[in-house]
Every structure is written in structure tokens, then in C-alpha cells.
Write a protein that binds this ligand. Structure first.
Ligand code: BG6
Length: 484
């Protein structure tokens, strides 16, 4: 099946932090793919902005190197790369001063979609928002894109929201959580709401429990300064895992539209019970497999920051009362594997008699890698010898099912940037959602800090600390294997 690529309107995308890691590794290579696929119209432009003094030619050379490093050779096309690089200009701007703003204003065209990506530290959100207004760059239809971390607690998130709200309407603000741009995450909504099959069973009467796993093999990748102050709770749970949870647990929105979807997600966050201290396990990876331990990497031998977290959640509403949601995420684990597994309850009565092997029906949505969906069902074991049951996977790997060969599953950023240009906020977090997520997270972190909670060490390449296994075992359940 060939995917339909519908070009967006021509645009000027300004990227503050143009020389930074995110722009070089994700935003610009992502735009290149959209350009190559014909979705980014040739008369669109990217205006990269940073403080360094360089001209557009040197900046393009830098982007060309980043593309060579991040895009596999098999997916490269010299002609498109050349044409794409010509669409990029560089403007030096001092975000906190006066230099460069006039040049930036002069570089923009009046008659195309205008978006400004704040790929910078949150401390610069205010000065940039203000500068965009002072220099009349922020037209009423100008969109701004901001990245996580969106604050480090409720107070700072509120302050950031207030800063942005002083200059922009909520309809102009696109808060990125790149997990919402992942193809399978959107598929979760398609599976739930485009099929009649699952929704009648999607509640505490039929769902035994839900597991959300985001396992990584990488460590903190040189981001000690940020990560040691954040930890897995702020870095992953408050945002990515929370978003996955919302999409699984929310009520059907009346339409796939930004306010309808975000209203339903917000209700889930409001319905979350506070987490009991015994329902959370924090971990920190040891050295091993030739790699340094967390504390060596972050440079603080006494760091109490968690690189792993597992927790059990309850949602207090009619749909979910009594169904636990187990969430876990960590670095330096056995495999890079993110999935959502919805395990259904046993049939009320077995007509096949006692002792017959039985395994729960589980719907697994593989977020990455090997994106796809598997439903485990029980069937009769083939052959003579009576009625014996066996569980088999009904498996759909998207790349195979859609003939995409893996290539056409777009990266989250590609999808999200195109949504910004289209003016579609459905897959972006609203200000109140982010605040609600922090309001739930803050007391958990405060409790650890108050008692100087020590994360448990775990071996790199493992499934996390022992106690995390117990969190599920003691409920008579088990975690799914972490395997790619
Ligand atoms: C980022 C976190 O938001 O998501 C990182 O800051 C994490 O710590 C990353 O590694 C994971 O994203 P992905 O797309 O590789 O699963």
C-alpha cells in the first residue's frame, strides 16, 4: 500500500536553537524526509537561528554533516538533499538582546504559514516570545512550538504557561511530546475507536490489568546536567508514559479534534489516584558490560536520581475502578522496547475442564521497534489427541501489513512538524494537561526528597531492580519480557 502524501501549505519555519542537538538530529533530518516525500512544498523555508556567528553556507554544511550521520545511506538521495539544503537559511540572533532580530524579521515572507520552533532551554521562552512581538514577527496566526521539559514541577510549568500566554493565544502554542507523534501511538486511537471489537471490553469488567513499558538500552547520553536534576519520573513518566496512559484510558472523544481529545485526556489525569509509596520502585543502574554506572556518568557519587521507575496506578472512575495500570521505564535495560499490553480477564467458566492450559488474551501494541499489534488468542492445538488448548499470536507488523518495508513509518518529529504547519493541535499537549500531570507528579517527588529515598541499584542489561518484579508478582501477575 502506497501512503498518501498530502503536501502542506508553503511555510517559513524559524528554528531557534538551530545549531543544537535536537535541530540537527531530529528537526532538520525530519524535514528533509518530508521534503523528499513531496510533503514540504519546495517554496517552503527553514530559517535556523542561533547565537553563533556564521553564514548560511556554513550552516548548511553543518546540516549536511548531521544528515550524513543520522540518515542511513540506503535512505539518502543526493538530489533531494541538495535541494533541501537550499531551502535553509541561517540568521544570527541574540535571543536576550537586540542583535539579529531585524534580520530575522526581514527574512520572513508575509504570505506563507509562519511557525517558530523554540528548540532552546525554557529560560529563553520568555525573551524569545517577547522578541517575536517586539519585532512584529509574531503575527496573530503565527504558531510556536515548545519542547519538553515543560517545567520541572507545577509552579515552573505554570510560570512557563503564563509567560507564553502573555504573548500567544493557546491556539498558537504547540507543546511537543514526541511520543504522541509515534505512528503506533496514534494507531492506539485507531484500534480503539475505529473498531467495534475492543471498546465494549475496554473497562474494568473485562480488563485484568494494563502494562506500559518504555525500556531503553542507552544511558544518560552525556546529558548529566539535565538528567540528574530530572530523573526518570520527570524525564519520562510525567510526559511520555502519562500520554500513553491517557490514550489507553480515556473515554471516546466525540471527534478526533484537538479540544475533544485533550478534554478526555485531561479527565484521566484528574482521575488518577495518588500513588502509595509501596507502589513505586526507583532504580539506578550500576556499572557493567564495559559501561560506567549512573553515578560515574552523572559525576555525582552520591546521586539519588532514578534512571528507572516502576509504579502501579489506579484510575478512579467508573470505567477503570479496580484495574491496575503498571508503568515502567528505565535506561540501560535489556532491550530497547516500548509497548502497551492490555491483558483481559479469564472467561467466566471453562467448558474444557480443570487443568486445561489457559493463557489470558493480551492485546500488545508495540510502540517501537518492530511497530505493530499482537493479540494473543486461545485455539485448539492442531492434531488428534483430544481437545488441548494453545495460545497463538494474531500478529500484525505494520511494516509488513502495509507494505511499507519499515521505510515509510515517519519519525515522530516529521509528523508533528507537519501538524504544526497544518494547524492541527490534536497531538500536542494543552497547558492545563501539562499542569495536571505535574500536579500528580509533584507530591510523589516531594515524598522521595523528604525521606532522601535511595534508588535501588540494578544491573545494566537486566529488566530493572528486583523490587520492581515484586510490584507485579505480589498481585499474582508478572511483567512481560523486555525483548525487542
Ligand atoms: C526523551 C527523553 O524525551 O525521550 C530521553 O528525554 C529518552 O531521556 C527519549 O531517551 C526516548 O525517546 P525515544 O523516541 O527514543 O523512545
Amino acid at each position: 500500500m502506497v501512503s498518501r502524501v498530502i503536501p502542506v501549505e508553503p511555510f517559513d519555519l524559524v528554528v531557534f536553537g538551530g545549531t543544537g542537538d535536537l535541530a540537527q538530529r531530529k528537526i532538520l533530518p525530519g524535514l528533509l524526509r518530508r521534503f523528499t516525500d513531496g510533503q514540504m512544498p519546495p517554496d517552503s523555508r527553514v530559517i535556523a537561528v542561533a547565537r553563533s556567528d556564521m553564514d548560511s553556507a556554513s550552516f548548511r554544511a553543518r546540516v549536511a554533516r548531521a544528515i550524513a550521520e543520522t540518515v542511513p545511506d540506503s535512505h539518502r538521495d543526493a538530489g533531494s538533499e541538495r535541494a533541501f539544503l537550499e531551502r535553509i537559511d541561517y540568521v544570527m540572533v541574540d535571543a536576550t538582546g537586540e542583535a539579529g532580530w531585524r534580520d530575522l524579521a526581514a527574512a520572513l515572507r508575509p504570505d506563507v504559514v509562519r511557525a517558530v520552533y523554540f528548540s532552546v532551554a525554557p529560560a529563553l521562552f520568555g525573551p524569545i516570545a517577547e522578541g517575536l512581538h517586539r519585532h512584529e514577527i509574531a503575527r496573530a496566526d503565527c504558531r510556536i512550538v515548545v519542547e519538553k521539559p515543560f517545567g520541572q514541577d507545577l509552579d515552573s510549568a505554570r510560570a512557563l504557561n503564563a509567560t507564553l500566554a502573555a504573548h500567544f493565544d493557546e491556539k498558537q502554542i504547540y507543546r511537543i511530546d514526541h511520543y504522541l507523534g509515534k505512528e503506533t501511538v496514534q494507531n492506539l486511537m485507531a484500534v480503539r475507536f475505529a473498531n467495534i471489537l475492543f471498546e465494549p471490553l475496554w473497562n474494568a469488567q473485562f480488563v485484568d490489568h494494563v502494562q506500559i513499558t518504555v525500556a531503553e538500552t542507552v544511558g544518560i547520553e552525556g546529558r548529566a546536567g539535565y538528567y540528574d536534576a530530572a530523573g526518570a519520573m520527570r524525564d519520562m513518566v510525567q510526559n511520555h508514559l502519562m500520554q500513553l496512559l491517557c490514550l489507553i484510558a480515556m473515554e471516546p472523544p466525540y471527534r478526533f479534534d484537538p479540544e475533544a481529545v485533550r478534554d478526555e485526556k485531561l479527565k484521566v489525569i484528574h482521575a488518577l489516584d495518588p500513588v502509595a509509596p509501596g507502589d513505586i520502585v526507583r532504580g539506578q543502574y550500576n556499572a557493567g558490560n564495559g559501561q560506567p554506572g549512573y553515578r560515574d556518568e552523572c559525576g555525582d557519587p552520591d546521586s539519588l536520581t532514578e534512571s528507572y521507575i516502576a509504579l502501579k496506578l489506579h484510575i478512579s472512575n467508573w470505567r477503570w475502578k479496580g484495574t491496575p495500570f503498571y508503568l515502567r521505564t528505565g535506561k540501560r535495560l535489556r532491550a530497547r522496547a516500548s509497548e502497551i499490553a492490555v491483558t483481559f480477564k479469564e472467561p467466566p467458566h471453562s467448558i474444557f475442564g480443570e487443568g486445561e492450559r489457559w493463557k489470558e488474551n493480551t492485546l500488545v501494541i508495540r510502540v517501537q521497534p518492530n511497530e505493530g499489534i499482537t493479540l494473543n488468542v486461545m485455539i485448539k492445538e492442531p492434531g488428534p489427541g483430544g481437545m488441548r488448548l494453545v495460545d497463538v499470536p494474531l500478529d500484525m507488523t505494520f511494516a509488513e501489513a502495509l507494505g511499507a518495508g519499515g521505510r515509510d513509518i515517519p519519525d515522530a518529529y516529521e509528523r508533528l512538524i507537519m501538524d504544526v504547519i497544518r494547524g492541527n493541535q490534536t497531538l500536542f499537549m494543552r497547558g492545563d494537561e501539562v499542569e495536571a500531570a505535574w500536579a500528580w507528579t509533584d507530591p510523589i517527588i516531594a515524598a522521595w526528597q523528604a525521606r532522601e529515598d535511595r534508588p535501588q541499584p540494578y544491573e545494566p542489561g537486566s529488566a530493572g531492580p528486583e523490587d520492581a518484579l515484586m510490584l507485579v508478582h505480589r498481585d499474582g501477575r508478572r511483567w512481560r519480557e523486555i525483548s525487542p
